[in-house]
Design a protein around this ligand. Structure first.
Ligand SMILES: [Fe+2]
Length: 279
């Protein structure tokens, strides 16, 4: 073999080795990619991610109410939800406090996620903290108590004729008591609808507590979904026969619209639990 021929063979061999190297690398990269994909497939979704995914399917925007089968899907997730699923623990100092500083207890809230169709928020109430009676116009709200004990009082408007119930001169409107009970975590989520289930409600903390609110659509002043506050006054007398037949017997109160209480302080804090990946 001549020198030139031998050099050509060497060159060929080198090229061949180089090509083999590239193929090996490519295969390796492909294999790694496949492995990563497989690993991704096997990583279980966090509970909060599952909640977000279901909310995306369930809340269809303003003017809609989720059908019962969708309500059930959300209920199933929320009923099983634990404080740890949003990065909370009963060991946190906040939940161990026996009493609070003087003055009106301050409430803290954190937004896990918010879009045009729904929002996920957690409210932290120190012992004896109160979120006064307020409404949720056109909304469906799931409230899940994650930690502590909380009293919930909730009303729905009594569906009387226009002249009976919303005369401009009257600041009072008749409402039926739908809920008046103490919840202690762990417990199931409670649900309210635009005109049922206790759309106007108040929270009072019996112990320091955390409640997750999932609601859709969110409040929006521009779209006529502003939050209105009320106080309830005892209702003397009873409904007339026709209305009692329609509304049934029960406890009633007169609700008076009030300005947002000055001492109602809600301090926003950053959410530090498992993050949501938007889809
Ligand atoms: Fe509320």
């Amino acid at each position: 073999m001549t020198k030139a021929e031998s050099s050509f063979v060497d060159e060929e061999r080198d090229t061949l080795r180089h090509v083999e190297k590239i193929i090996r690398k490519k295969c390796c990269r492909k294999r790694k990619k496949r492995c990563r994909k497989r690993a991704k497939r096997h990583v279980p979704l966090t509970v909060v991610q599952k909640l977000y995914n279901v909310c995306r399917q369930v809340f269809k925007g303003p003017g809609t109410v989720p059908p019962p089968e969708d309500v059930q899907k959300l209920q199933l997730i929320l009923d099983k939800m634990k404080p740890e699923d949003v990065g909370l623990s009963s060991d946190l100092l906040f939940f161990k406090a026996k009493s609070v500083a003087k003055g009106t207890p301050r409430i803290t809230c954190t937004t896990i996620y918010k879009c045009e169709d729904f929002s996920l928020c957690i409210f932290f109430l120190p012992s004896s903290g109160v979120i006064p009676l307020h409404n949720h116009p056109g909304m469906t709200v799931f409230s899940k108590l994650l930690l502590g004990s909380m009293h919930i009082k909730a009303y729905d408007w009594v569906d009387l004729a226009e002249s009976d119930n919303s005369a401009p001169s009257s600041q009072l409107r008749l409402a039926r008591l739908e809920m008046d009970q103490v919840f202690t975590a762990p417990c199931n989520a409670s649900i309210l609808y635009p005109s049922a289930g206790g759309n106007i409600h108040a929270f009072t903390a019996v112990t320091p507590c955390a409640v997750l609110d999932v609601f859709g659509p969110p409040y929006s002043k521009d779209d006529g979904r502003d939050c209105t506050y009320y106080r309830d006054l005892p209702c003397s007398g009873s409904l007339d026969g026709a209305h009692e037949a329609k509304e049934g017997s029960g406890s009633y109160a007169l609700l008076e619209e009030i300005v947002m209480p000055k001492d109602l302080k809600m301090d926003p804090v950053e959410y530090r639990g498992p993050q949501i990946v938007e889809s």
